[in-house]
Structures are given as structure tokens and as C-alpha cells.
Ligand binder design. Structure first.
Ligand SMILES: *C1O[C@H](CO)[C@@H](O)[C@H](O)[C@H]1NC(C)=O
Ligand SMILES: *[C@@H]1O[C@H](CO)[C@@H](O)[C@H](O)[C@H]1NC(C)=O
Ligand SMILES: *[C@@H]1O[C@H](CO)[C@@H](O)[C@H](O)[C@H]1NC(C)=O
Ligand SMILES: *[C@@H]1O[C@H](CO)[C@@H](O)[C@H](O)[C@H]1NC(C)=O
Ligand SMILES: *[C@@H]1O[C@H](CO)[C@@H](O)[C@H](O)[C@H]1NC(C)=O
Ligand SMILES: *[C@@H]1O[C@H](CO)[C@@H](O)[C@H](O)[C@H]1NC(C)=O
Ligand SMILES: *[C@@H]1O[C@H](CO)[C@@H](O)[C@H](O)[C@H]1NC(C)=O
Ligand SMILES: *[C@@H]1O[C@H](CO)[C@@H](O)[C@H](O)[C@H]1NC(C)=O
Ligand SMILES: *[C@@H]1O[C@H](CO)[C@@H](O)[C@H](O)[C@H]1NC(C)=O
Length: 803
């Protein structure tokens, strides 16, 4: 600085000297001493014509300017006008210029300023002029009054042209650079200094100039980084606004000093977040040859601190990226400096804090518990799961549904929305409690990934969707002999709603005749059936389900029309009316001519068959259907074989199960030419019935009685051996009739009737085909015959009406 000031002062000094010198040289050193010439007697002496006494000239009048012009008269064609003296001595004027005018003997004289006038040094000059001519010498004096004018400040010429200073870069701030030299010529005027331009413009703020013209910079210069030269332009202004300008070129000089180097001038360090406070980040090391190195951060970084002596950078506190994202990257500038030597250096440490996957995703809601009806349609939303991850780097969360075997394919996720993917059918047997369980797994994108589970528990409530449906058969056959109170059918209906087939049965129509077990569906018969009276019943049944919906009142009904077909059972014996027939035929009656036809019916409409059961008649007659025909094998040969003429034919009419006996009395009229031939062909017409009235003997009652007893005894006596013989021969055969007897007895019992057909059979057997009449026959036929007798001689039997 001192040197700069000195330099400037020297300049100023030389400048000043030059001014002084110049001033001195401008002063004419050889004042002309005019010697008045003696004018010629013949010629008039020259004279000044219009020279003023006082001439005012402003000090700002430029040199070489004509300040005064006047005329002289002279007879001499070449008058010599001289400035004889100037008081004070000052070569301020040039030699006067004399020119002739168009008037003879009159000349014009011009006074020209030689140098500058200065009011401040000389404000009044006295000038002596003289004209020398052969005719004489004339002298006059006039005053030059210098008037004051404002003069601009005068700047140091060197500065005006552009001063140059060189500044070492290590100069401490504020740096004094230069003092502007400027002078105010006017006595009572002052000057001010100001900087009006700085190049580069960006550095304007750092330069200042004080009221003494001293230029300083309040910043240090940096040869490496900053601009290496600046131009500062200064204007010096007086109070009148006049100015002078100049500029200063500042050149920054590089200062060579040995920097303190780091082993690693730039480091990239990556650490993990949440490692706690005081965890070591890295160590910076400067030149190990320098012993007293200290380390410091150029500016403070709160998350980190540095060991002043060892250069170990540690964390100040636990660095958590989740709470402060700016920690991801920090650039630390470390300054190392030596305390003894004036050396320092800077290193850059870039610290990257890496995210650690510490937080599992957070899901809302944390669990999904829902109750939905089983009819919830596919695609229906069951809720939306939103998951977030607070970790900085792995905020992508993927959701997946994990289903168990039961809930497989039941649910799906679409943009976080849990949807029904398949029917949530309640009506399946293998769902326990009707709850579907699944898990939504939220996985973050960290490594290793962290997961969060969202439990999904969907309870499905039943909906009564299906009507009960009756299963067949809807037509039920029931034998008519089914007992009242027995189960005739088990109705069953199905219902696909779970719990399956929880149904109650009831009768809509047919109550009274039938009853229905509401639970088991058993249909009970409530009436006695009789096919012959009513062979069909119509029932209307109903099945109502229950407990198949959350709303217990939601029940469904299934109905069916049941037809009970009464099946016919052979439970009636054939009925013949009349039970006794009479007919008289000729012995020659053709075998294919019906004798009589039984009028028998069966209420069960069974096919009836008739069989001749009385032995004697079996080989004489035959039955075709219910029609009796003669076999035409009678032999009436007088004195030869002479058949009976009266036959009592017991016929059993059977419907296959039950039988009824009828009796037919056939009287055969022997024909003269009795020959079992086909002579009856002539009698194919309806036979003529001839009633033959036989005369009979009518003895006294006592005689009849006695005779009857005698006959009976005789007959008994005669038939005893025969009976023994027959009995032996039919021991085996008697078994059958016994069975028949038992069956018959049962049937009779069932029917509640007491038909003595059995005794008749036993009679037939015991009598060995001899004609006998059962009590019933007698009773039935009592209207016509009430007596029977046998001729003891011929053995012929007779029926008689005692009336
Ligand atoms: C100073 O200047 C002012 C105007 O500029 C003038 O009026 C005054 O007379 C001056 N004084 C002197 C001592 O020259
Ligand atoms: C005019 O001034 C110059 C110097 O400035 C000087 O040399 C010269 O003699 C002067 N002329 C007269 C006539 O004084
Ligand atoms: C001489 O010249 C001046 C101007 O140059 C003029 O005014 C004057 O009239 C002239 N005189 C004569 C006599 O020509
Ligand atoms: C330098 O001076 C300017 C203007 O006064 C100011 O804004 C700046 O802060 C100063 N710089 C320094 C380093 O003092
Ligand atoms: C100096 O003065 C002149 C004339 O008055 C003016 O044009 C110029 O702008 C001034 N310079 C400065 C830097 O003010
Ligand atoms: C540090 O990382 C930056 C950018 O990632 C790279 O440009 C630079 O070269 C690295 N420095 C070191 C010392 O590895
Ligand atoms: C330290 O000094 C040794 C020997 O004087 C020199 O070889 C080495 O380069 C120096 N190290 C540094 C970093 O300047
Ligand atoms: C995270 O998700 C966004 C948008 O969905 C995607 O652009 C990005 O690549 C994903 N990032 C990773 C690491 O998967
Ligand atoms: C949805 O159901 C379909 C079949 O119905 C199956 O193919 C698909 O995988 C299911 N989707 C999910 C996510 O379970």
C-alpha cells in the first residue's frame, strides 16, 4: 500500500513540477524594451486610435484567442507595435499582429493571448504598448483585468489515462488500492469522488472510494477463482457539476504458497441410516508430514461433527431418513490447517445416507371382517385396502391374496379393492361355519422385503334361495286291504339350501283320510280302503323349509299333488244268486248243450271258475266256465245198467282265492234208446222240459219213521265196510281238504261270515260221493224242498216239499 501511495505521490509531484515548469516557460523571459523613436519632422507621429484603458478577459479564455483589436494611425507603412512590458511579468500575450486597413495610414492591431489566464494567481495585468516609427515613438498603457470562471476539477493525468495497480491475492481485506489525485482549481469550490463503473460489473459492491479519493476493496482477491483483473472508473465532480474522470486497472497477482494437501481431497462415503449417534462416517487426513494439523468444517453441518485433531467425522445424532429426507446427501467441506506454518487445504466429503428397509407396510384397514349374504355377486367390492410404507426408498407395496383351500378363487384384488371372484355359495357341505378366510399380503419393495398381513374374514349368511321340491313317485299304489293307520308312503322333498332338507311336511288336502308326519314325511292311512268304492284319492302336500335364511321368516314352500291309487285285492268271495239250481234233462242231451249257467259274480271282478265237487256227478257232468254240460254218459238199460236220474251236483265257484258252493239238481229223464251217441244232434234246439210227476208212496208217519230207522241202520251196516275201505284209501288225500278247511276257515273269519262250506266238504268225503245235503243247502232251498227221502229199494233219493 505504501508503495502504491508513494507511486501516486511521485506522479503527482512530477505533474506538479511540470505545470510549474510550463508556467515558467510561458512567461516571456525577454521583455521587450521599447525605445521611443524620434518621429520624423516631416511625418506626423503615430497614434493609438481606439485602445481601451481596461480590458476584461475571463480566465477561461483559451490561448491563441484574440482578446483585443484596435487601430493605430501611422505614416509608416510598416509600423512596429510592441508590448513593452507586462506587469507583473507574465508572457501572457503574443506579439501584436499589425495589418493595414483599406484606409491609408491606419493599421489594425490584434492582441492574442499566448497562454492561459488564471484568476487565482493574477487578476490584473498592466500592459505597456509602444509604436515605433521613423516619425516618432508613441507609448500607451492599458489594464487587463482577469475575471473569475468555474474551472473543472483537474485529475491526475496518469489517472485520467488509466492507472494500473497490482494486488497480491493474499492481501487482507479491506485492501487499499489507490488514491485518486485531483485538484479543484477554483478557490471556493470542493470536489467529490465517486465510482461510476466497475468491470466486471458483478464485483461492483466490493469497491469503495472515500472522500479523499482512496479506493479500497472490502474483499480479498483470489487469483484462482475470482477475476484476475478489475477496472474501476472514478469521476471527480465539483459543486458546479464539472468533472474529470479516470480509471484504475487492478491486476490480481498470484501468491505462491505451499497448500496443505489431503490424502483424499474428495471422498464419497455411504452410510446406513439409523446407525445411532457417534457412528463413524469417515476420516480425513491431511499431509502427515505436517504435525500440528487441525481440522474443521468450513461451515457447520449439524448432523456431523469432526474431530479437531484426528479428522474423524462422526454423526452427531441418529440419522433417520424417514424423518429428514435431506440427509440423503450431504457435501462436507473440511478445512485442514497447520498452526505453525501458514498452510491450509480443503477436502470435500460427500456423505450418502442409505435407506434401510425397517418399516413393514402399514395397511388400512388392518383387518377385514365382513358378513355378506351368500348371494353376493361376483365382482362386488368387499372393501379397499390401502398400504403405505414409510421407508424412503421402498414405498412400492404389492398386494396379493393368499387363500386357503376353502377360499381358493373366492376373492380377488383389483387396485387394492377386494372383490368377490366366485360365488360365495352357502349351500355346500364342506364350508365350516360358512366363514371364508384369506390373507392379503402387502409386500414392500425393499431388500429383504417386509410384509404385512391383512386378515380377511368373510362370514357368509344363508339366503333361502330354493323351493323345496317333492321327489316322486307322486302316484302311490296302495292295496285296498291296507290297514288303517299304516304307513302307505314316505314322502320326501329336497331343498338345495343349506342345511339341506330341513323341511316340515303338511297336508293341504286330504286331511282326515290321511295324515302326514311333519318330520319324516310318512303318509298314514286314515280310512279303510275299498277299491270297489273309491279307487283313487287326491292329496295335496306341502313342504315348508326352515332355518335356511338369516331371516327366519323367509321360508319357501313346495307343493305336490299326490295320487293314491287303491289297488284291488281279492277280498270278496264270489257271490252266486241263486245258490241252488234245478234242471231236468233228457239223458240223451248232447254234451255241448248247456244245461244251466250259474249266475255268479265277484265284487273283485276276478275270473271265476267252477268245479264240480260232488263225486257222483263228476263223471256225469262237466263245467265249462260257469255253464254246466252233460257228459252224456248215462246208461238207462232196463234190466241193465240203470243210472240215477236225479243228481245233486255240488259246484264250487272260485275266484282263485275264495270259493262259494252252489248246488244244482239235475233230473235226467231216461230216453228209450239211451245210447251215449250223438243222437242229440237232432235236439240241438232248446230242449223241451218235461215235468214228470212221480207218484210216491205216502205211508203213515210212524211207519215212515220206523222204516227210516231200519233203512238207516241197514245203510249204516252196508256202508261200514265201504267206509273202512274208503277211509284207508283216502288217508293221504284227506290232508288237502283239511288245508282247504283251514284256509276257508280263515277267510270266513276275515269276512266275518260263517259259511259252513267246510263241513260240506267233510260230508262229501265222509259220505264217499253219496248224496247228502248240507244244512245250508237245505236252509237255502227250504223254500222249495224241505224233505228228503230215499227209496230203500231203488236207492233213489227224493227231495220233497212238505207243503
Ligand atoms: C465563491 O464562489 C461564489 C459562487 O460560486 C461567489 O459568489 C463568491 O464570491 C466566491 N468567493 C470567492 C472568495 O471567490
Ligand atoms: C509566448 O509564450 C511562449 C511560451 O509559452 C514563449 O516562448 C514566447 O516567447 C511568448 N511570446 C511572447 C511574445 O512572449
Ligand atoms: C474601408 O473598409 C472598411 C471596412 O473594411 C469600410 O467600412 C470602409 O468604408 C472602407 N473605406 C473606404 C474609404 O473605402
Ligand atoms: C463490502 O461492501 C458492500 C457494500 O457496502 C457490502 O454489501 C459487502 O457486504 C461488503 N463485503 C464485506 C466482505 O465486508
Ligand atoms: C462530466 O461532465 C460532462 C459535461 O458536463 C458530462 O457530460 C459527463 O457525463 C460527466 N461525467 C460523469 C462521469 O459524470
Ligand atoms: C463421488 O461421486 C461423484 C458423483 O457421484 C463423482 O463424480 C465423483 O468422481 C466421486 N468421487 C470419488 C472420489 O469417488
Ligand atoms: C512427507 O515427507 C517425505 C519425506 O520428506 C516425502 O517423501 C513425502 O512425499 C512427504 N509426504 C507428503 C504428503 O508431502
Ligand atoms: C414403484 O411404482 C412406480 C409407479 O407405480 C413405478 O414407476 C416404479 O418403477 C416402482 N418402483 C419400483 C422400485 O418398483
Ligand atoms: C377368479 O376366478 C377364476 C375362475 O373363476 C380363476 O381362474 C381366477 O384365478 C380367480 N382369480 C383369483 C385372483 O383368484
Amino acid at each position: 500500500m505504501a508503495s502504491v501511495s508513494l507511486l501516486a505521490t511521485l506522479f503527482f509531484a512530477s505533474f506538479f513540477q511540470r505545470i510549474v515548469t510550463t508556467t515558467s516557460t510561458t512567461i516571456p523571459t525577454t521583455p521587450t524594451t521599447t525605445t521611443p523613436s524620434t518621429p520624423a519632422p516631416t511625418t506626423p507621429s503615430p497614434e493609438f486610435i481606439d485602445l481601451p484603458d481596461v480590458l476584461e478577459v475571463t480566465e477561461s479564455t483559451r490561448p491563441r484567442k484574440v482578446i483585443l483589436e484596435f487601430q493605430i494611425a501611422s505614416a509608416n507603412p510598416d509600423p512596429d507595435v510592441q508590448i513593452l512590458s507586462i506587469t507583473p511579468d507574465n508572457p501572457v500575450l503574443e506579439d501584436p499582429i499589425v495589418n493595414p486597413t483599406n484606409v491609408s495610414g491606419v493599421f489594425s492591431v490584434q492582441i492574442v493571448l499566448n497562454g492561459s489566464l488564471d484568476y487565482e494567481t493574477t487578476n490584473l495585468l498592466t500592459i505597456r504598448l509602444g509604436i515605433k516609427s521613423p516619425s516618432g515613438f508613441v507609448e500607451r498603457t492599458f489594464s487587463l483585468s482577469v475575471t473569475d470562471a468555474n474551472e473543472p476539477p483537474q485529475c491526475d493525468a496518469h489517472f485520467q489515462l488509466g492507472a494500473v495497480v497490482q494486488v497480491p491475492e493474499d492481501s487482507p481485506a479491506p485492501v487499499r488500492l489507490y488514491t485518486v489525485l485531483a485538484r479543484e482549481p477554483d478557490d471556493n469550490d470542493t470536489i467529490t469522488f465517486s465510482i461510476y463503473e466497475v468491470q466486471p460489473v458483478s464485483s461492483s459492491a466490493q469497491f469503495h472510494i472515500d472522500d479523499k479519493g482512496s479506493i479500497t476493496s472490502n474483499q480479498t482477491f483470489d487469483y484462482e477463482r475470482g477475476p484476475r483483473q478489475f477496472t474501476v472508473s472514478v469521476v471527480v465532480t465539483d459543486r458546479q457539476g464539472s468533472n474529470c474522470t479516470g480509471s484504475l486497472l487492478i491486476k490480481v497477482l498470484k501468491v505462491y504458497s505451499v497448500p496443505l494437501d489431503f490424502l483424499l481431497p474428495s471422498q464419497n462415503v455411504t452410510i446406513l441410516e439409523n446407525e445411532g449417534s457417534e457412528s463413524t462416517v469417515t476420516t480425513v487426513t491431511a499431509d502427515p508430514n505436517v504435525t500440528d494439523v487441525r481440522y474443521t468444517f468450513i461451515k457447520p453441518y449439524s448432523p456431523f461433527k469432526i474431530g479437531q485433531e484426528d479428522g474423524v467425522i462422526k454423526t452427531s445424532y441418529n440419522l433417520d431418513l424417514e424423518s429428514d429426507r435431506t440427509l440423503e446427501k450431504s457435501i462436507l467441506l473440511v478445512r485442514a490447517f497447520s498452526m505453525s506454518e501458514d498452510r491450509s487445504g480443503t477436502a470435500t466429503v460427500t456423505v450418502y445416507v442409505q435407506d434401510v428397509n425397517e418399516h413393514a407396510p402399514l395397511c388400512v384397514p388392518p383387518v377385514i371382517v365382513l358378513t355378506v349374504p351368500e348371494t353376493t355377486e361376483v365382482g362386488r367390492s368387499l372393501g379397499t385396502v390401502r398400504c403405505f410404507d414409510v421407508d424412503v426408498s421402498n414405498q412400492n407395496v404389492t398386494l396379493t391374496v393368499i387363500e386357503n383351500s376353502l377360499s381358493l378363487f373366492k376373492f380377488r384384488l383389483q387396485d387394492g379393492q377386494l372383490q368377490v371372484n366366485n360365488s360365495l355359495d352357502y349351500d355346500v357341505a364342506d364350508v365350516t361355519n360358512f366363514q371364508y378366510e384369506a390373507t392379503i399380503l402387502a409386500t414392500d419393495s425393499g431388500s429383504p422385503p417386509l410384509t404385512t398381513e391383512v386378515r380377511v374374514l368373510i362370514t357368509v349368511t344363508p339366503v333361502n334361495e330354493f323351493d323345496p321340491l317333492f321327489l316322486g313317485p307322486l302316484v302311490i299304489g296302495v292295496p285296498e286291504n291296507t290297514r288303517r293307520g299304516s304307513v302307505i308312503a314316505s314322502l320326501s322333498a329336497v331343498d338345495r339350501d343349506w342345511p339341506f332338507n330341513s323341511l316340515r311336511y303338511s297336508l293341504l288336502e286330504g286331511e282326515g283320510q290321511f295324515s302326514l308326519d311333519p318330520i319324516g314325511g310318512q303318509l298314514y292311512l286314515g280310512v279303510d280302503l275299498d277299491f270297489e268304492i273309491q279307487d283313487q284319492y287326491e292329496l295335496k302336500v306341502k313342504a315348508v323349509d326352515f332355518d335356511q335364511d338369516v331371516d327366519k321368516t323367509k321360508q319357501r314352500t313346495g307343493m305336490a299333488q299326490i295320487t293314491i291309487m287303491v289297488e284291488n285285492v281279492n277280498d270278496n268271495a264270489p257271490e252266486c244268486d241263486p245258490v241252488s239250481y234245478e234242471s231236468t234233462i233228457f239223458s240223451t242231451l248232447a254234451f255241448n248243450t248247456p244245461i244251466l249257467t250259474l249266475t255268479c259274480t265277484d265284487r273283485d271282478r276276478d275270473h271265476l271258475t267252477a268245479t264240480i265237487t260232488s263225486g257222483a256227478a263228476v263223471d256225469r257232468f262237466q263245467l265249462t266256465g260257469l255253464t254246466l254240460f252233460s257228459r252224456n254218459v248215462f246208461s238207462f238199460v232196463p234190466d241193465g245198467v240203470y243210472d240215477d236220474t236225479d243228481y245233486e251236483i255240488t259246484i264250487s265257484v272260485s275266484d282263485g282265492k275264495h270259493s262259494t258252493s252252489v248246488v244244482a239238481y239235475i233230473y235226467v229223464i231216461p230216453w228209450t234208446t239211451t245210447k251215449p251217441t250223438t243222437t242229440t244232434t237232432t235236439t240241438t234246439k232248446n230242449p223241451e222240459v218235461v215235468t214228470v210227476i212221480n207218484e210216491f208212496w205216502d205211508p203213515q208217519p210212524w211207519f215212515v219213521a220206523a222204516l227210516t230207522v231200519t233203512g238207516a241202520l241197514l245203510l249204516l251196516l252196508l256202508s261200514l265196510p265201504l267206509w273202512i275201505k274208503l277211509f284207508r284209501g283216502t288217508v293221504c288225500r284227506t290232508q288237502k281238504p283239511t288245508e282247504q278247511f283251514i284256509q276257508g276257515a280263515e277267510t270266513d273269519k276275515q269276512d266275518g261270515l260263517d259259511k259252513p262250506g267246510s263241513s260240506r266238504s267233510s260230508d262229501q268225503v265222509s259220505l264217499g260221493g253219496t248224496i247228502s245235503l248240507s244244512k245250508v243247502s237245505i236252509q237255502e232251498d227250504i223254500m222249495r224242498f224241505d224233505g228228503k227221502a230215499q227209496d230203500p229199494v231203488s236207492g233213489r233219493s227224493y227231495l220233497f216239499n212238505s207243503l
